[in-house]
Design a binder for this molecule. Structure first.
Ligand code: FES
Length: 84
């Protein structure tokens, strides 16, 4: 049986690997995304949010100033939107 609930489906995940984001830890952001369940990251050269680097986009929503626990925060946000 396939589970297609929003929490378990694959989410699009774009990680910015541009210069500003690399200076602010984009490699760590990418590593976290690669290890996260449900994310299959791709990289781009710039998401247009350089002033708020490092940045990523999940399901089209740009996320910026990503910290070390950004994947957990995204996962929690999706859990909250699907729990009610
Ligand atoms: S370099 Fe990452 S948003 Fe521009």
């Amino acid at each position: 049986m396939r589970n297609d609930s929003p929490k378990h489906r694959r989410h699009t995940c774009v990680i910015c690997m541009g210069p500003a984001c690399q200076l602010k830890g984009a490699r760590d952001v990418l590593a976290k995304a690669k290890n996260a369940h449900g994310l299959k990251p791709v990289t781009v050269e710039c998401l247009g949010a350089c002033a708020m680097a490092p940045a990523a986009a999940v399901d089209g929503l740009v996320l910026a100033n990503l910290g070390p626990d950004w994947v957990a925060q995204v996962d929690e946000a999706y859990s909250m939107t699907t729990s009610s």
